[in-house]
Design a protein around this ligand. Structure first.
Ligand SMILES: Nc1nc2c(ncn2[C@@H]2O[C@@H]3COP(=O)(O)O[C@H]4[C@@H](O)[C@H](n5cnc6c(=O)[nH]c(N)nc65)O[C@@H]4COP(=O)(O)O[C@H]3[C@H]2O)c(=O)[nH]1
Length: 625
């Protein structure tokens, strides 16, 4: 299944930013409007009430000024006439005049708002309205009082209009805010979707990235745990992706990855998930899977899908893959265990030759752990003085004279004791440590062999093994030059041994490398000859000096293997090369080789690989004594 990044990633229980923003903004806007509205309404209420009271006070004062005479002369009619002018006054409920003793003298009022008979009662009576009083004086003496009673109906009406206006204004403002907010939110949501996509998608292949793939695996395991079903995890590692990147460039590498992603997606069902979890590593999750046989069948389909060449800019490339298969819950019960077991199976698939698939079996774990530990410790061993070079003598087959030595690296682990090069050299090759290790062996052996000669020993040829990785290392030729210069060993005394498979991996590269080596005057030999698949035509092209017949042929002698060795010897003579037979363990093998005309011999019969001191003692000191 192509994982939709948004699906894969929306974390449970978390509100997306846009939604949170939307509800938060709305609440804040409503709260702000309610508070501001309440403050404005309260303020307006006080203002209007104050204005009504002020107006009533002015009117009371006017009445007081105009009723002095009627009061003094007891002219109720004139007073009444004066008050009648208030029939047009808006909001007024009653206006009255009281004499100096506080008795009602005259009044104008509406029927339901009659003023009481006494001033005291009139001042006490408010009925929610506003009551104001003024004093009527004549030459400083109080002659009466005026009282005005103003209703608050107008106040209510004004407030209702004001609140209505406020609500309309607020709704308008909210509409504007909502329109602007919708645009902002749409932008935020789009940015959020983009971020989410980028965070969970591999930008080269557009497949779910490592994070999204493992999130999906976690979900699949949870579901399988509940439903009681099985999940298969397939880890797919491209075999030679680095070479494509190195030789054709990163653009071609990216294009190849895209095509591989499409091929993988095409090889599985749409309900399965394909993700890219590393540079050249993909993961396939099949959930649910009926059983182990189905998982292996899918893995097989995946390797088949990558068996054809892919056309990318810069040529056609093979992107064969190794696949590790692991099943939940049979092989692992947790996600990390499942991933690590699938990784172990992948490692074993690679070990057993590329373009393979391997199912996880528990026995794999111990071997892989040891390998990982050895890789870690080998790094320390190179600088930590745990390595040594041992020397195995090589002799002239006819005369028996010592001609040279082969340098063979040894690792004495502080806890595990000696570890075989057959175990740690492949680890060093895979991890790239071989570059550092090989250059240490080269420097060390050149210095030691040159020193023997300076001490009076014979001029020996030094054979040093080389791995494919060193051949591709740009600084290797400088390493050789430096080792020769610092040791003083003559270039013609150094011989680099390359295996057939190393040469055939990249013929053009190997040829260029060999020409640079030969230009230094250093010799070249093909190691383990006969075990690879060298085309004889290349023997003519490669500037080599010597063939080393593999010990598996020598050990068949004298009853079997004769034909092959005769053929090798004839071939070498034809091309002007010398032949070394390695692995000579028995006198009759030596005898046979001598009679057949082999040039050089090496093997336990003639001398085991030994430490420098032991070698000097046995082979050099008699000569220098
Ligand atoms: N059965 C038998 N074996 C014999 C006899 N004579 C020699 N041998 C063994 O055969 C191997 C010869 O080395 P190789 O084919 O280059 O194979 C080497 C070589 O490929 C690699 N190697 C060792 N040292 C280095 C090194 O410094 N650099 C690199 N790149 N590879 C190395 O490790 C391989 C194994 O090395 P060793 O364990 O030292 O094993 C050595 C040596 O001890 C014999 O008569 N009988």
């Amino acid at each position: 299944m192509k994982l939709l990044p948004s699906q894969a990633t929306a974390p449970k229980g978390r509100m997306p930013i846009a939604a949170a923003l939307r509800s938060g903004q709305l609440l804040a806007a409503v709260a702000a409007l309610v508070i501001a509205g309440a403050v404005l309404v309260a303020y307006q209420l006080l203002e209007i009430r104050q204005a009504l009271a002020d107006g009533a006070r002015v009117q009371a004062a006017i009445v007081a000024d105009s009723v002095t005479a009627p009061l003094m002369f007891g002219d109720r009619e004139s007073a009444q006439e004066t008050l009648r002018a208030f029939r047009y006054a808006q909001g007024l409920k009653a206006v009255g005049i009281y004499d100096q003793d506080g008795r009602r003298f005259a009044e104008f009022s509406y029927p339901d708002s009659r003023l009481p008979l006494t001033l005291q009662a009139a001042l006490g009576e408010r009925d929610g309205g506003i009551v104001v009083k003024d004093t009527v004086r004549y030459r400083g003496n109080v002659v009466g009082h005026t009282v005005l009673h103003v209703g608050t109906d107008r106040l209510r009406g004004a407030m209702l209009r004001y609140v209505g206006l406020l609500v309309v204004a607020s709704l308008g403002a909210m509409l504007v805010v909502a329109t602007l907010g919708r645009t902002t939110r749409a932008r935020v949501a789009a940015a959020e979707r983009k971020l989410d996509y980028m965070a969970h998608t591999d930008h080269v292949t557009q497949l779910p990235n490592r994070h999204a793939t493992y999130a999906r695996l976690e979900g699949a395991l949870e579901e399988a745990g509940v439903a009681g079903t099985q999940v298969a995890l397939l880890l797919v590692d491209l075999d030679n992706f680095k070479t494509v990147n190195d030789t054709a460039g990163h653009a071609a590498g990216d294009e190849l990855l895209k095509k591989v992603a499409a091929a993988l997606s095409g090889a599985v069902r749409t309900s399965d998930l394909v993700g890219r979890i590393g540079g050249d590593e993909f993961a396939i999750i099949v959930a649910p899977v009926p059983g182990r046989a189905s998982a292996v069948a899918i893995a097989d389909k995946v390797t088949q899908a990558l068996r054809h060449p892919f056309a990318v800019e810069g040529g056609e490339f093979f992107a064969t893959a190794s696949v590790g298969v692991c099943l939940y819950p049979d092989d692992a019960t947790t996600m990390s265990e499942l991933v690590s077991s699938a990784d172990t199976a992948l490692y074993h698939a690679k070990q057993s030759g590329r373009n393979r698939l391997a199912e996880f079996v528990p026995a794999m774990t111990a071997a892989t752990q040891r390998r990982a530990a050895l890789e870690r410790e080998l790094r320390r061993a190179i600088d930590g003085g745990q390595l040594a070079v041992h020397y195995q003598p090589q002799f002239d087959c006819a005369s028996g004279a010592l001609l040279g030595v082969e340098a063979l690296v040894r690792w004495r682990h502080p806890e595990h004791g000696p570890i075989s090069p057959a175990e740690f050299i492949p680890i060093a090759e895979e991890s790239g440590l071989i570059v550092e290790l090989g250059s240490w062996v080269l420097r060390h052996a050149c210095a030691e062999v040159a020193q023997w000669q300076r001490a009076g020993g014979p001029a020996l040829t030094l054979a040093v093994n080389m791995s494919a990785r060193q051949l591709r290392e740009p600084g290797f030729i400088e390493d050789v030059t430096r080792a020769l210069a610092s040791s003083g060993l003559a270039p013609g005394r150094l011989e680099l041994e390359l295996t057939e498979s190393v040469l055939m991996e990249d013929v053009a590269g190997a040829l260029a490398f060999m020409q640079s080596v030969r230009a230094l005057g250093v010799r070249l030999a093909i190691d383990d000859f006969g075990t690879g698949y060298s085309s004889l035509a290349y023997l003519q092209t490669f500037p080599i000096n010597q063939l080393k017949v593999d010990r598996s042929f020598v050990q068949l002698l004298p009853q079997r293997g004769e034909t092959i060795i005769h053929a090798v010897l004839a071939l070498a003579r034809g091309f002007g090369l010398t032949v070394v037979a390695e692995g000579v363990e028995e006198p009759r093998q030596l005898e046979w080789l001598r009679e057949a005309g082999c040039d050089v011999v090496q093997g336990y019969l003639l001398g085991m690989p030994m430490a420098a001191d032991a070698f000097r003692e046995r082979f050099l000191e008699p000569a220098t004594a």
